[in-house]
Design a protein around this ligand. Structure first.
Ligand SMILES: [Zn+2]
Length: 398
């Protein structure tokens, strides 16, 4: 039994009882609030995330159509490690050992330069913002043995200035994490910029991970072109593929599992065997024959036990593909993109994400075309990855 879930399995009955109560409570509250109009269990999570149902349906339709491609990427990552199949719990592999990186440890001075280049590729003012954060020492990057690895960003509300906590081990992945947090920092300056109170803009999760996702994409592209060593390039492109696996395969599968749990609870009490069967069906649909074992434990540790917060998986998929879509808008609008992007961020919290995108980019998230073109850009990244891994790890194509 995989050790990651052993502790959960011992409490299978407790998990079933907890889900019966929590999901049952959500359904009951939804029923009580549906006196005039019947609302389903997705209505509130969608409203909390600021996502409209037509946009979610358009997104999911396209992501389902991309399933086989995302599954192929997952298998490719496993094969690069010499594994013919994928264990359901192996969701975030690091790349195989491809020899030393061109720099054993990327120092902060180099990391911030890479992030600056990536931001500047979107607009010079975004590059200048990264430099300003470094010069004003708004990034806490001190190394110390008592500091746990990780990154974080928040805002001092009074001065409206962001800070980033960055505790790296010096890899390309840390640079990616730094880009992510500075992406948040950049957007935080503008949120509520037109007098909107904190509570109004702090909860719209669908957009919150988009600026960080956009920053990661731009910085990874800058890293990819500035690193001549194929092994460094593969490490960078590997990060793109981890996003594909997580947000276009794993998270949509979790979304469908959480949906199935709610649908089952609507019909009656949940049991462990009902939940395991539902998970096996969903995983079979998304992962097909690439799995080395049956999946039947995610219902215990990946479904939300919070009475008020659930269906987070859709937010990640939405945010990731929206970020890719923004990169496409940058290519379409050229110099006009930056102003539209800043206005978009400043309006954050005032309207749904569809209205925001329609107002500032004249694009329609409720149409499949928006998501299809984002997936087209993802496809190009997969092609780039397949070419490079074919030369470095030939066994990946066995
Ligand atoms: Zn984030």
């Amino acid at each position: 039994m995989d050790s990651g879930v052993r502790a959960w399995r011992e409490h299978e009955d407790s998990c079933v009882a907890a889900l019966n109560s929590i999901v049952g409570q959500r359904l009951e509250i939804r029923r009580l609030r549906s006196r005039r109009r019947e609302a389903d269990f997705l209505a509130e999570p969608l409203r909390n995330a600021g996502i409209g149902r037509p946009a979610l349906e358009a997104l999911l339709g396209e992501v389902r159509g991309f399933k086989a491609r995302a599954r192929g990427v997952r298998l490719l990552l496993a094969r690069a490690h010499g594994e013919p199949t994928v264990h359901p719990r192996d969701v975030l592999d690091l790349p195989p050992d491809m020899g030393p990186a061109s720099e054993a440890k990327i120092p902060f001075s180099k990391a911030i330069k890479l992030v600056e280049e990536g931001f500047a590729s979107i607009h010079p003012e975004m590059g200048a913002f990264v430099r300003l954060m470094a010069d004003r020492r708004w990034i806490d990057c001190r190394n110390g043995e008592r500091r746990a690895a990780g990154n974080y960003c928040w805002l001092f509300m009074k001065s409206r200035t962001p800070r980033v906590f960055y505790n790296p081990s010096g890899t390309i992945y840390d640079v990616n994490g730094l880009a992510h947090e500075i992406g948040h920092a950049f957007s935080l300056q503008f949120y509520g910029g037109k007098g909107l109170p904190f509570g109004a803009w702090s909860g719209c999760a669908a957009v919150a991970e988009m600026p960080s996702g956009l920053a990661e994409l731009a910085v990874r592209d800058a890293m990819f072109s500035s690193m001549p060593e194929p092994a460094d390039r593969l490490r960078t492109a590997w990060l793109d593929m981890v996003t594909v696996v997580m947000d276009l395969l794993h998270q949509p599968a979790l979304f469908e599992l959480e949906t199935a749990v709610h649908e089952l609870r609507q019909k009656g009490l949940l049991t462990a065997s009902l939940l395991k069967d539902a998970e096996a069906r969903v995983w079979d649909d998304w992962y097909g024959d690439i799995l080395s074992a049956k999946s039947e434990t995610f219902w215990m540790d990946e479904i939300s036990y919070d009475a008020n917060e659930c269906f987070w998986s859709m937010v990640y998929t939405f945010g990731t593909l929206l970020a890719v879509g923004m990169l496409a808008q940058k290519d379409r609008l050229g110099d006009r993109f930056y102003r539209a992007y800043v206005d978009f961020l400043s309006d954050f919290g005032r309207m749904t994400v569809e209205e925001l995108v329609r107002k500032h980019f004249d694009a329609d998230l409720s149409r499949p075309e928006f998501w299809r073109s984002s997936l087209g850009l993802v496809e190009a990244r997969i092609d780039r990855f397949e070419k490079i891994i074919g030369t470095i790890c030939p066994r990946s194509h066995d």
